[in-house]
Each structure stands twice: as C-alpha cells, then as structure tokens.
Design a protein around this ligand. Structure first.
Ligand code: DP6
Length: 359
C-alpha cells in the first residue's frame, strides 16, 4: 500500500456532511491477541454481514473559538447525545490524528444509528468504527477518491486503529486480516478481500440467537490482553495460521464438512482460551451450551450442514447455506428460539461491505 500523506486540510469545503453505512462481520478464524499499534497477534478471516449495520453521518464545520479540548465533537446515537462514548472516539482520533491532523482544527457532529439493538450483545465496534473511518477519510480525500481502490485500503487501515475487526468490514463477502504464509496480499495493517470464494458462501445465512443481551462481562480490549503471557498463546497463534490456510481452501472449494469442523473448533478455542486465562472468563451461558448441543444433534440427525460460531459473548451465530434456509429457519423457530432472551434473534446474510449513503 502507498504510504499515507497526512491530510492537513480537509478536501471538502467546510461545512460539509458525509455519510456511510458499514456492516458488522463474523470471524471464522478468530483474532484474539494484539500488540501496538492495534496489530493482530494472529491472522483472522471473517464473513461480512448485511443486516447488522451502523449508519453514520459526520458533519464537519469550523471549530468554535470557545472549544477547549484537543478535539471538538459531538456524538449522537439514535438521535441522543452519548458523552460516555467520547473517550473511545477520542482514543480513535488520537491514533489517527497523524494521518488526519485537521481533526484538531474542525468541529465534528457524528450521528450514528445501528440497525440492530444496541443492547443485543452484538459487537458494534466493527460496524461503528469502519463507518466512522470511512466518513473521516472521505472528508479528507473528497468524493472523487471513492473510485480509487487505495481509498478503501486506507480506510481499512484507519478503521483498524478504531477497532481491529473493523478493518474487515469494508468489503465482503470474505476478508482476511493479518500476515500469513501463502497469502502475499494479506497485511497486518488492513483487510484484504479474497477473490476466491465459492458461490455457496456469497449468500450464506447467519441467524444470531440473542442468548444474553446484557453488557459483555469482558471488553475485547481486556480480552486481547489476556493473551499476553497466556500459557497456550504460542500454540494458539501457530494454530490460527494453520486454520487460516485451511479455511481459505475451504472457502474457495465450498467444502461444507471441513467448513463446519473448522468454524466450530475456532469458536470453542476462543472460549477455551478465555476459560484458561488469568483471570479466567466463562462467557457462555447454559443456554449457549444447550443450543450448541441442539445444533450438533440436528446436524447428525438431518445431515443438514448447519454449524455455530461464537464471539466473545454468549450469543450463538447459526451458519448455514441459503438453499436450506426455509427448513433451518423453521427448526430454529421451533427448537432454538426458546433459549433466546425475550425470544430475540436476528436473521442476517453475508453481504458485500460498506457503502456511501447519498443525499
Ligand atoms: C472475538 O475487534 O472488538 O470478535 O481491536 O480491541 O477493538 P479491538 O477488538 P475487536 O475484537 C474482536 C474479537 C472477536 C474475534 C474477531 O472478530 O476476529
């Protein structure tokens, strides 16, 4: 990637407003462990989602003369000011201000809304940080830059500095992040969209069972820290490279049996790592385990290629091909929804990444 030139003056005339939508993503091979500046300890690969998105608009205007902080901004979530999000946003600005020095010279009004409930326990940092990074990068580069592939790589680089997994939300359907032997295009610094994806994965289904809609008991930042000095760290990082290599073959060939085996072992490895950390965390709930057992029994009984993956929380992502979606969704409604808090679940599918919101 070409080096960034710091953008001292925003390209667009001030005041100006830009808006982007960006989806969440679900990792198949998990990023767990990082080092400064926000670089992954192991490579990961995810499916980009479609329905779970953040829509963000950024209005960029003159900095009020009375502003005292390093950055002058407001943040609204679904129309309500949310000052408790300011430290996270300021941390992000701080990490990207060498690329966007104008951040200290303007006022920003950031308005976001998620298409999924904020309290759902779905990680919103990937969609939120990628949408914000794209808005800021468009302000810096101007709308003409949107046709330049480099624009998206650089936006992914900036998004990574907000939240690691956010760098994978820029494109779809399959995005790799982190250097690994055998994929020369993969980078520690930004995501790379694979061009070898079997059609079965282009519209794969992800039904997210909301087992626990409370706040996560371990933030991802704390979680990644747990890998520092973890007794199994070295073996895990080695395994992730191996799994990534296998997963890329599986994704290219559409081999669903191997897909299921790898995806479920990755999910359980993530939780095993947390359980074996110091301090240790059990983020699965009894209902999480009950659902996992149900999925495995259903697969055995029907031979339907349905599997699960997990984030750093209790919710279960049920993954399956679109061709069997009617049958599987019916089974989910009949057998699994009872395990969800308030019977809540989200039907998502694999999508193609972020896009500007016009008008
Ligand atoms: C378990 O990207 O949320 O979802 O870089 O600290 O913002 P930060 O962490 P984050 O971690 C995601 C961890 C994961 C696995 C994954 O998405 O690869």
């Amino acid at each position: 990637m070409k080096e960034f030139s710091p953008i001292t003056q925003p390209h667009l005339s001030i005041p100006h407003q830009v808006a982007w939508q960006s989806p969440s993503n679900i990792a198949l091979v998990k990023y767990w462990g990082k080092y400064d500046p926000q670089l992954p300890a192991n490579p990961s690969v995810s499916l980009t989602l479609n329905q779970c998105r953040t829509n963000t608009s950024v209005w960029c205007g003159p900095r009020p003369s009375a502003a005292t902080g390093t950055y002058s901004f407001e943040f609204l979530l679904s129309g309500t000011p949310k000052p408790d999000f300011h430290p996270k946003i300021e941390g992000f600005f701080h990490r990207i201000s060498s690329y966007l020095p104008f951040l200290t010279q303007v006022h920003l009004r950031i308005e976001s809304e998620n298409t999924f409930p904020h309290s759902s326990g779905i990680a919103s940092s990937a969609s939120a940080m990628s949408a914000l990074a794209l808005c800021l990068w468009q302000i810096a580069r101007g709308a003409e830059a949107l046709s330049d592939p480099e624009f998206y790589r650089q936006a992914s680089y900036l998004a990574r500095l907000g939240s690691g997994s956010a760098c994978r939300s820029i494109w779809g359907p399959v995005v790799v992040w982190g250097e690994t032997p055998g994929i020369p295009q993969a980078s520690q610094e930004f995501g790379w969209a694979s061009d070898r994806v079997h059609p079965v994965f282009a519209d794969y289904q992800d039904t997210i069972l909301l087992i626990d809609q409370g706040q996560k008991s371990v933030s991802s930042t704390v979680g990644h820290q747990l890998m520092v000095g973890h007794p199994f760290a070295e073996a895990r990082f080695k395994q992730a490279h191996d799994h990534l290599g296998q997963m890329m073959e599986v994704l290219a060939q559409g081999d669903l049996d191997r897909f299921i085996d790898l995806v479920e072992r990755e999910a359980l490895t993530l939780h095993a790592l947390m359980m074996a950390s110091n301090p240790s965390f059990v983020l699965m709930k009894p209902a999480t385990l009950a659902v996992i057992e149900k999925i495995r029994a259903y697969r055995k009984a029907t031979q339907n290629p349905v599997c699960f993956t997990l984030d750093a929380g209790a919710n279960v992502h049920v993954l399956y091909p679109k061709s069997i979606s009617k049958t599987v969704l019916q089974w989910i409604q009949d057998e699994l929804v009872v395990y969800c808090e308030k019977e809540s679940y989200i039907c998502d599918t694999v999508g193609s990444g972020s896009s500007p919101i016009n008008g």
